[in-house]
Structures are given as C-alpha cells and as structure tokens.
Design a protein around this ligand. Structure first.
Ligand code: DGY
Length: 329
C-alpha cells in the first residue's frame, strides 16, 4: 500500500518498472504532460512533498526548495548530470540530492562513438543525399570522410564515460590522450592506454575530440573560437556532455569555414533549440539529447532514481547520493 505520509512528485512519465517501484513505496503524484513540467505547476506540485524525482529540465533551486517546504527529504535526479540541481542549496536545507551514474556509462559512450563515426564518415549526409533522389554514380572523390581507426582520440573529461570511450578507441587501434583536472591512477592510465595532455596540446594533437565534462562555470564555453582554432582542420568534435560547454555560434563558424572537419552533437547550448546555423551545415551531425536513450538504460536509470528516493524516505543512505556531507550532521 502506498504510504500517504510519503507523498512524492515525479515530474515526467518514467519507464513503467520505475513508476511501479515508486508507487509501491510512496504516495506518488505523476506529471502526465508530454513536455517539461511548467514551472508554476512544478512549484505547486512540490509543495508538501517528502521527495521528488526530477529531470534535467527541472531547476531545483531556492525557489523550488521554498515551495517544497520543510518536509522535503530528497531530490532524486533522473540523470547523471546534475547542473539543474543547486546541490549546496539542498545541503543547506538538509535535503538529499542524488543522480544516476554508472547505469548509463556504456550507453552514453556508444552514443559518442556513433556520433563520431557518423560525422567522420558523413553517414547522415549520405542518407540525406539519397533521400533527396540526387543522381549519382560511384566516384573516387565522392563524399570522402576521415578515417577513425588508428587515429588519435582526445578525451576531455576523463571520468566513467571517458574511460568507456577510451576502451572503445583501443578496439579501433587508436592512440588515446586525455585531459582532466583529476588524474586517474597510473595503473588505470596504463590499463586504458591513455596519456595525459594539457588541453591545448590535446586539441592540437587529436583527430577526434570528445567532451565528457560536467557543466560548471569553468567548463561553460570551454570550446570557444580560440580553442576550436587549435584543432586540426581534419578533426571531429563530439559532445554528449552538456550543450553550453561549446560556444555554438563559434562552432557553426568553425564548421562553415573549415577550421574543423565536422561535429557530432547530442546536446545544445539553449536546448531544446539548436543554433540555426548548425542546422544548415552538412558537417554538423545533430541528435536530440539521446545519449542514454535505450530501453534498458532508461529503465535502469528509473530504477536507480526510485531506489535513491525510497532509501532516503526509509532513513537509509541513497545508493548514489551527491551530498554525503549531510549524513555527517
Ligand atoms: C544525463 O544523464 O545527464 C543525460 O544527459 C541524460 O541521460
């Protein structure tokens, strides 16, 4: 029986196994709209709740926490990225915050790989070309792309997803270089066959640059015109992290002017909008934030978010808690 003392808000329809698990343990209010929960409804809906499952489209800030009231115990974000959560504000009010790491690592690395291959080998462009019924015969110079195998992969942000990408790159006989402010152990570096470079050297040396950083004030517009200009004219830039890590207007110019060869983008600076100049460019491969979008992974994310929610309401430590300092109090 759902416990009416544990009212929770789920801000979007999740895969059914996750909703079933939440409904079994809590008194669940589910937003059934097709898009992001409108802000006024979100603030009204969170009032008096003990927990919430939020999405990257929901901003959890002081206003949200005020609207929730003092009974809120956990905000369980359905995403590994948590730039939509003001974690220090949650901590200050004794509210736990959690995300969904690990379960989406391999799937997101697959998406980065797919974008890289698609952009390097001009797959969407070829598809559009045929669908436009363009007359053609096989030709030695037709739609030439860039090799992926045995090239150099530069990984910016060397966390779980970066490591998973390095493993894929090794399977393609690539050299792997990485940049991160945190260095992995020498053993892990050796296992992944990855060498550290500072960011400028990585950009100059890599044939493929894949971004896997969190969005913070330091990483906003990390890839600006100047850094794009350091990349090889044959290079491909891939982003499955967060859109604002790239200055999209600068990227569109770089793609148009041949500063770099192509880009594969899953995320956008002003999501869900895509910079109109990118949509005009054949060498920009764009997909609508599908990094973790497989059936199995979205179920796994939902179950992990549910487990975080329920653990906090049961007075236990959520498995992937973002503010463990709270428990020391
Ligand atoms: C995340 O988890 O942060 C993705 O962007 C959505 O899966």
């Amino acid at each position: 029986m759902p416990d009416s003392r544990r009212p929770v808000l789920v801000t979007r329809r999740l895969p059914q196994p996750a909703l079933d698990r939440i409904a079994e343990h809590c008194d669940m209010t589910l937003y059934e709209g097709s898009g992001a929960m409108p802000r006024d409804e979100l603030l009204e809906g969170i009032s008096g709740k003990a927990g919430a499952v939020t999405l990257l489209t929901d901003k959890v800030d002081d206003e949200f926490l005020d609207a929730a009231g003092p009974g809120l115990r956990i905000v369980a974000n359905y995403a590994v990225g948590f730039d939509n959560l003001d974690v220090p504000a949650c901590t200050a009010r004794g509210v736990m915050a959690s995300n969904t790491p690990d379960v989406l690592t391999e799937t997101t690395a697959d998406t980065a790989w797919a974008l890289m291959m698609a952009a390097a080998r001009r797959v969407p462009e070829g598809d559009r070309f045929l669908r436009a019924r363009t007359p053609w015969v096989w030709g030695p110079m037709m739609m030439l792309g860039q090799d992926v195998h045995h090239k150099t992969m530069g990984i910016v942000g060397f966390g779980r997803i970066g490591h998973a990408l390095a493993r894929r790159a090794r399977g393609f006989g690539m050299r792997v270089v990485y940049f991160d402010v945190y260095r992995p152990s020498p053993e892990l570096e050796a296992e992944l066959g990855a060498e550290y470079r500072d960011l400028d050297d990585l950009l100059a040396e890599s044939d493929f640059v894949s971004l896997h950083v969190n969005l913070t004030e330091e990483t906003r517009h990390l890839m600006n015109a100047e850094r794009l200009g350091r990349m090889k004219p044959t290079a491909v830039l891939v982003n499955t992290s967060r859109g604002p890590v790239i200055d999209e207007a600068a990227l569109a110019e770089a793609l148009r002017d041949g500063v770099i060869f192509a880009a594969g983008l899953d995320v956008f600076e002003k999501e869900p909008e895509v910079h109109p100049a990118l949509l005009e460019l054949e060498n920009a491969v764009v997909i609508p934030h599908l990094g973790s979008a497989t059936v199995d992974t979205r179920i796994a994310m939902g179950l992990l978010a549910a487990d975080n929610l329920i653990a906090a309401l049961d007075g236990e430590r959520p498995p992937t808690l973002l503010n463990p300092d709270l428990l020391k109090r």
